[in-house]
Design a protein around this ligand. Structure first.
Ligand code: NAD
Length: 482
């Protein structure tokens, strides 16, 4: 069994109480590592270390902090294969995806914020002839960073990099389901000479480590990515302390295919948008809305492409669909397919049990599943499944497409497929989401604001928004006395 450790005050150590949590390999269905089952004592040590490190770290020049983050990026890149393998074992995702997306993008997150901070500007306002106002942006202190299991290193680095770049110190809590890459990151930080206490990583369960991060008054800033129900608990716990919050939560994203779209491209990309990482990306398009004039042809092509996705051992380079993150999650996904049947849905593809190699017979796999015949208001079309289950629905005109896309409590993202530029602009404006992709999906530019509307999110991360989120603006007004 591999042993995962906390990273507190520059040291890797077990939980004070000595308890451990089993960490599973989803492709196999058995435990392969043990992670610390931390509690408030470990969290307290992490917060004290972060508070102690804050004055010196925040007084460093942006260039010095940048160099530390660039060193971390280079060290992850040098160990890319090790990280990709660890991520694939930990999450069940195909290693090709971890190698091409998760780990390189984590490296990019560190590089992006390490260099962005060198280009920060502050505002100055001359008030007629009477005064000069200028805005100071100061780091806010100890940041609490809580992340989920689907893109563990990517989402953690997306928070750690901007928080540290502008001079905060941090206490990070990775998901207890996928702690391995955060453990490797701690090793990288220690070897790269990051000063003790600047980043602390406390492993453990949500209620025992995450909840006290949300309620501890010494942590004034919280960046959370995870489910909407957890986000609500965090907001409740943080409210009495008036903490600054960024909440990135669930989604029920629409892929809208208009009749004038490039058909082949729309099919290929909407299948990718539906099933990337087994549908376990918050931005996955799980409701595909298709113009009625091309509906039948589209469903056929979509089902054919889906059936051809290669499911198998995530460690096999050729695998396109891996395992789901946990047994509980597999049960949840199966429950939604059963519910779809009850709600009158038709399973177009995904009914057959997957053929798997011997090693993976006990793993948590679910075939990519395509459903039609479900109304827009049924639970399967309203609730976040976060797995390889997609529904396809027809629409008659643009207004109906927009109404259907907007008709959930979520508002994270959408992708639209059309060759009509006017339609693309008009529809994009009408969608209640934080990101609209036109003729693409998951094309990311780290400079743009990222986040959700409605129950998908509060606040924005990414680019300048993240650097601003982790700083506190202070206006200085100097009166001019002539
Ligand atoms: P989750 O909410 O169960 O857990 C997320 C993190 O919160 C974990 O580290 C968990 O231990 C912690 N946590 C649990 N209870 C807590 C509590 N009471 N207080 C504080 N922290 C607590 O989410 P998950 O199942 O790990 O991830 C899946 C969800 O994440 C999906 O809903 C998905 O849409 C969402 N997600 C959103 C984005 C985005 O950018 N909007 C990105 C990825 C995933």
């Amino acid at each position: 069994m591999q042993r995962i450790l906390n990273y507190i005050d520059g040291e890797q150590r077990p939980a004070v109480g000595g308890g451990e949590i089993e960490v599973f390999e989803p492709a196999v269905g058995s435990a392969y590592a043990l992670a610390p089952d931390s509690d408030e004592r470990d969290l307290d040590a992490a917060i004290v270390a972060a508070q102690r490190a804050f004055p010196a770290w925040s007084r460093k020049s942006a260039e010095q902090r940048s160099e530390h983050l660039l060193a971390i990026a280079a060290a992850i890149e040098a160990r890319l294969e090790e990280f990709a393998r660890a991520e694939s074992i930990d999450t069940g995702k195909p290693i090709s995806l971890a190698r091409s997306m998760d780990i390189p993008r984590s490296v990019r997150n560190f590089r992006f914020f390490a260099t962005a901070v060198l280009h920060e500007r502050s505002d100055a306002h001359v008030t007629d002839h009477a005064a000069l106002n200028y805005t100071l942006r100061r780091p806010r202190g100890v940041a609490g960073l809580i992340s989920p299991w689907n893109l563990p290193l990517y989402l953690l680095s997306w928070k750690i990099a901007p928080a540290l770049a502008v001079g905060n110190t941090a206490v990070a809590k990775p998901s207890e389901i996928t702690p391995m890459t955060a453990h490797l990151l701690a090793d990288v930080c220690r070897k790269a000479g990051l000063p003790p206490g600047v980043l602390n990583i406390v492993h453990g369960l949500g209620p025992k480590v995450g909840a006290p991060i949300a309620s501890d008054p010494r942590i004034g800033t919280i960046s959370f990515t995870g489910g909407t129900a957890t986000g609500r608990l965090i907001a409740q716990a943080a409210a009495p302390h008036f903490k600054k919050l960024a909440l990135e939560m669930g989604g029920k994203n629409a892929t809208i295919v208009f009749a004038d779209a490039d058909f082949e491209q729309a099919v290929t990309e909407s299948v990718r948008a539906a099933f990337a990482n087994q549908g376990q990306v918050c931005l996955c398009g799980s409701r595909v809305l298709v113009h009625e004039s091309i509906f039948d042809r589209f469903v056929d092509a979509f089902a054919q492409r889906t059936a051809a996705l290669r499911m198998g051992d995530p460690l096999d380079d050729a695998t396109q669909q891996g395992a789901l993150s946990s047994r509980a999650h597999l049960e949840k996904v199966r429950g939604y397919v059963a519910l779809a049947r009850e709600e009158g849905g038709r399973i177009i593809c995904g009914d057959a049990p997957p053929a798997l190699p011997e090693r993976c017979r006990g793993g948590w796999f679910h075939p990519p599943t395509v459903l039609t015949g479900l109304g827009p208001d049924c639970r399967v079309n309203q609730e976040e499944i976060f797995g390889p289950v997609v529904t396809i629905l027809p629409f008659g005109d643009d207004a109906e497409a927009v109404a259907r896309a907007n008709a959930t409590v979520y508002g994270l993202s959408a992708s639209i497929w059309t060759n009509d530029l006017n339609r693309a602009q008009r529809v994009s404006e009408q969608l209640d989401v934080g990101t609209v992709w036109v003729n693409c999906w998951l094309l990311r530019d780290l400079r743009v604001p990222f986040g959700g509307m409605k129950r998908s999110g509060l606040g924005r991360e990414g680019g300048d928004e993240a650097l601003r989120f982790f700083t506190e603006p202070k206006n200085v007004c100097i009166r001019r006395a002539d």
